[in-house]
Design a protein around this ligand. Sequence first.
Ligand SMILES: Cc1ncc(COP(=O)(O)O)c(C=O)c1O
Length: 380
Amino acid sequence: MKFDTTVVRAAIHPDPTTGSIVPPLYQTATYVLDEVGKDKGFDYTRSTNPTRQMLEEHLAAMDGGKFGVCFASGMSAVDSCLKLLKAGDHVVCSDDVYGGVSRHYNTVLTRYGLSFTYVDSSNPALVKEAIRPETKMLWCETPTNPLLKVTDMAAMSKIAKEHNLLFGVDSTFATPVFLRPLEYGADIVLHSTTKYLSGHNQLIGGAVITNRQDIFDEMKYIQKTIGAVPSPFDCWLTLLGVKTLHLRMARHASNAQKVAEFLEAHPKVARVTYPGLASHPQHEVAAKQMDGFSGMISFELTGGIPAGKTVMNSVKLCALAESLGAVETMITHPATMTHVDVPAAERHARGLTDGLVRISVGIEDVEDIIADLSAALDKA
Ligand SMILES: Cc1ncc(COP(=O)(O)O)c(C=O)c1O
């Protein structure tokens, strides 16, 4: 099956009883047994649910993986991956991760004896240097949120293998349409399905994909034991949304390329970061390992923080909102929104300035998006 067919059809089968082409929504907590000790493969929805199982199999197929495990949010998926570790273990993590991830690592997981070193994972030498005897995991986001740094998957996978480390990749920004980290040897792929995979700003969800039976067994155990599971309805909505992922991603990426080029040429814009621009520091790595550059852009204005705020407050079509990866173009101020809990000194050390503006370019007509940004920039 070719990739585009996989996206539409892989595990989404019509209902065998009625022929309904849209699979039924099994909105149930429990299942009636045939007799003691004999169920029909389902016993309780925290453990497993037919709608969720279909989504898990479908997402796994898109990433070229054998197994998928869905969670109630991207964050609970992240948390569940870290539960593969134990007190005393150390993680080397990309320095520019979603603010909720570093908040979770630094304020919650450190209480349980895990420790973290953040490095610019676009530089494999820095990753190697950060590895200690107690390091058990490499965790990368690529492209990162919000600075869109790109990590070389093959180089990272080699380091992980040499040091016998688990290699996890948060591929939320790339989606399986543009990057399939398992092909490069990653052990775990993570998605916030809240974003592109469901695609319509309609739910919160997360997923973990793996080829490894041992990781799958452990993740299923963690899933049913902790119970951070998505509702069947959210799984069903994700199944509906995901079928158009390849079409949406193509449009997100082509719109983003044009918006990035417009911003780069604009006299009031000081710096634009988009992996599809030749000026992006890892443009070549991105072009080599990705099938497209996705829909996320960040930029700074020559007028700094006040000018950035004016743009964000002046846009009309672009929604000033905290999320990404949906059909609507959204504009975000990482310093006060998505990354507000990253201490200012740490943010600034990473290069995440208070004037940084992030855009999740939607699938509207790109001329309307550019006209909206252009009018807002005129006011800045
Ligand atoms: C890259 C990335 N990973 C994980 C998450 C967390 O996902 P969720 O909001 O679904 O919990 C986010 C949220 O923005 C994100 O951007």
